[in-house]
Design a protein around this ligand. Sequence first.
Ligand SMILES: [Zn+2]
Length: 440
Amino acid sequence: MTILENVRVLHFHPGSVSGPTDIAIDGGKIVEVGRGLAARHPGAERLSPGGYVSPGLVCSHNHFYSALSRGLMVAIEPSKDFAQQLKNMWWLLDRAIDEGITRASGLAGAADAAMLGVTSVVDHHASPEFIDGSLDVLAEGFETVGLRGVLCYETTDRNGRDGARAGVRENERFARRVDDARKTGGDPLVEAAIGAHAPFTVDDETLSGLASACSSTGRGLHIHVAEDKFDAVDSRYRFGKDICVRLDEAGLLGPKTILGHGLYLTDSEVELVNARDSFIAHNARSNMNNCVGYNDKIGRYRNPVLGTDGIGSDMIEEAGFAFFKHHDSGGARWMDAFLEMLQNGNRLLERYFPGKRFGRVEAGYEADLTFWDYDPPTPLESGNVAGHVAFGMGSRMVSGTMVAGRFIVKDRKPVFDAAAIAQRGRDETRRLWQRMEERK
Ligand SMILES: [Zn+2]
């Protein structure tokens, strides 16, 4: 048993701040929160990290495969629209990814997330020239760092029928690997979803393959939808129906479904997504970066969550951008609405990790925690948490990250070999950029 002594508990949503208290952790879970716990458990390890302890931050949509595109020095053709941007940049990148680059990307992405106080990342992976086994290699990064995750492979038709089948197969195989680990008594940190790129690159045959993978594995679909208007128009032109109607008719909208973006979904699709209890991942920074527009319907979803869509894993910055973009576009919601979206990522985790509870510093919840070295010049109280996060707090104040009761960052120092991960990243990046040049 470990006892964190004399810390203040901070919940971002609903916002609350406690007085000094103790947190007892055993077997990866929080077992008790209250004063004087050390005296009652004399054999326990005692730690006094100081500052605030919050539930771990969750990134609900990310792409670690883009971790080595930071500072990219490959001449990318200019694009006139989002479809061209995918072709000229993102599909050039993912085609150049091989096993070594996948491994280095997973490690770099996981290390970055850990240092930013993120305890769980929902990832969407693509590497069309290295599909079979890619999720195992990506999972190595999560496991080495000690990060929790939900992984999938983005199945797509754009590399032919065989490529699409290989994508579905990789998703199913990885989900079975997780099930096997659990059957033999394991408690895997990394779960599986069933991934697909986007409706405009997935025909009806591939969609039905994805639907059977979801039902045979008991997982949900993780897919981009209507990130750009093109996807919504294509669905009505080629298939004669709205994207979400098409997904729903294939049996793919349910309580484990994760839809990325959704900027151009119609009002009736929003209702359908809500009726099916599915998640919608909002990625404001990415939408701004890709000039695709703004999801001004985000506040009308039952289960909105926040992702970075591959722009690192800084969830405090992401929540802040989501809030400022919302205000900039004339919206009236306050920062607490975006902290609620961040908090909702925990509900997504609960649907993928059976029997576990996430997102509160209370007995019975997983000990996935973020430690904050925050000493503000104005009072931090239960009523003004959102204002502190919007205008003062930042991930630079993260002093520790704990996943399943184990520190992966402690006293601002990584418990994993961050220097080796960074060096490997730089080495593989040179190869990645070279391979991108060769594929142009
Ligand atoms: Zn994405």
